[in-house]
Design a protein around this ligand. Structure first.
Ligand SMILES: NC(=O)C1=CN([C@@H]2O[C@H](COP(=O)(O)OP(=O)(O)OC[C@H]3O[C@@H](n4cnc5c(N)ncnc54)[C@H](OP(=O)(O)O)[C@@H]3O)[C@@H](O)[C@H]2O)C=CC1
Ligand SMILES: O=C(CO)COP(=O)(O)O
Length: 338
């Protein structure tokens, strides 16, 4: 039995804390809202994020970050990308020993263009960091809490650390693979949200299945193109954290990114959409990062670029789709390289 703390009691943090508690680990979830910690401790529910779920009685919560830091040998960071620096700052003052960090967030920071493991390495004191492992893959919280079969990947250049995380989480409904390619895993996990927003838009426009298959396939082409240029292993992009997560996020009604895109495609404006979602839609900020990364690395990312113009330059979704369809003629396979 390990002592594990999960930072963030949103849908994913809570679902993963549930997996860990069910695996017999001494699991504490930290939330920045005291009333939510009380709800988890006293009622064993988290109604805002997982309204139908009864949490295991051995899952405990706290809103005291000092307690969270004291408790853990392993810390799972499960807050949205934009909250990570702030949470690390709070945590840093409470750390007293080396901890294995696992992060499960899927984003890239705009402007700095940092991946999550880079943000963590920058924000946490090196002497208290044993390793940083990313856990990612096709995994909606709503299905994990129902014990539906789910597969994910734990990635770290130090394969022993990845295997330790594999052992912590793995059970009969939650299967964990390992990979050494942190860049490929983080880029695939972040950028699939961008393509899922676009897939939601075409569904909102009622463009049907051909359009969605096109977005998934050409989306994977542009994710791989960028990811390889950044140093990722090309094979990672056809794995769970690439193609796998892209498929689930572009096709599942559970996806907040797909749902947000769907509302945009139906004509709703971005601020209204985000208001209505009430949960993180990582793809919005990541679209800005993708747009900047495409420029920085000189890689063609037409879907991300058109989505950027819809989200941030008020271009009509239909006009953006027309622009994608009317790009100059390309070879399918040669095009993957450039
Ligand atoms: N949901 C899923 O199925 C999956 C999600 N992920 C990824 O996991 C990450 C977290 O997503 P998810 O749990 O779904 O998000 P949610 O929107 O469901 O929950 C986010 C949680 O983080 C908390 N939070 C937000 N800002 C801060 C802050 N500054 N300090 C402390 N806590 C904060 C929120 O608190 P409050 O309630 O106060 O807003 C909430 O508890 C994202 O990167 C997402 O892409 C990955 C795989 C699956
Ligand atoms: O990453 C996810 C599934 O693997 C969750 O996707 P959404 O954030 O779009 O809900």
């Amino acid at each position: 039995m390990e002592k594990v703390c999960v930072l963030g009691a949103g849908s994913w943090g809570t679902a993963l804390a549930m997996v860990l508690a069910e695996n017999g680990h001494d699991t504490l979830v930290w939330t920045h809202r005291a009333e939510q910690a009380e709800e988890i401790n006293n009622l064993h529910t988290n109604k805002k994020y997982l309204p139908e779920t009864v949490l295991p009685a051995n899952l405990h919560a706290t809103s005291d970050i000092a307690k969270a830091a004291m408790h853990a040998e392993t810390i799972v960071v499960a807050v949205p990308t934009k909250a990570i620096r702030e949470v690390c700052e709070k945590l840093t003052v409470e750390l007293t020993r080396k901890v294995l960090f696992v992060h499960v967030s899927k984003g890239i920071e705009p402007d700095s263009l940092k991946r999550i493991s880079e943000i963590l390495a920058e924000s946490l004191p090196a002497e208290y960091v044993e390793e940083i492992v990313v856990l990612s893959g096709p995994s909606h919280a709503e299905e994990v809490v129902l014990h539906h079969p789910t597969t994910v990947t734990a990635a770290c250049a130090n394969i022993d650390a990845a295997e330790k995380v594999q052992d912590l989480f793995m059970n009969q409904f939650f299967r964990v693979y390992t990979n050494e390619d942190v860049i490929g895993v983080e880029i695939g996990g972040a950028l699939k949200n961008v393509i899922a927003l676009a897939a939601g838009i075409t569904d909102g426009l009622n463009y049907g299945d051909n359009a969605k298959a096109a977005l998934i396939t050409r989306g994977l082409a542009e994710i791989s193109r960028l990811g390889v240029k950044m140093g990722g292993n090309p094979f990672t992009f056809s794995g769970l954290t690439g193609m796998g997560d892209l498929i689930v996020t572009c096709t599942s009604v559970h996806s907040r990114n797909w749902r947000a895109g769907n509302l945009l495609g139906q004509g709703m404006k971005l601020p209204e959409v985000l208001d209505q979602m009430g949960m993180v839609v990582e793809g919005v900020r990541t679209t800005k990062a993708a747009y900047q990364l495409a420029e920085k690395y000189g890689v063609a990312m037409p879907i991300s670029t058109e989505l950027y113009s819809v989200l941030f330059n008020d271009v009509e979704p239909k006009v953006a789709v027309d622009a994608l369809m009317m790009r100059m003629k390309k070879r399918e396979i040669d095009d993957m390289k450039h």
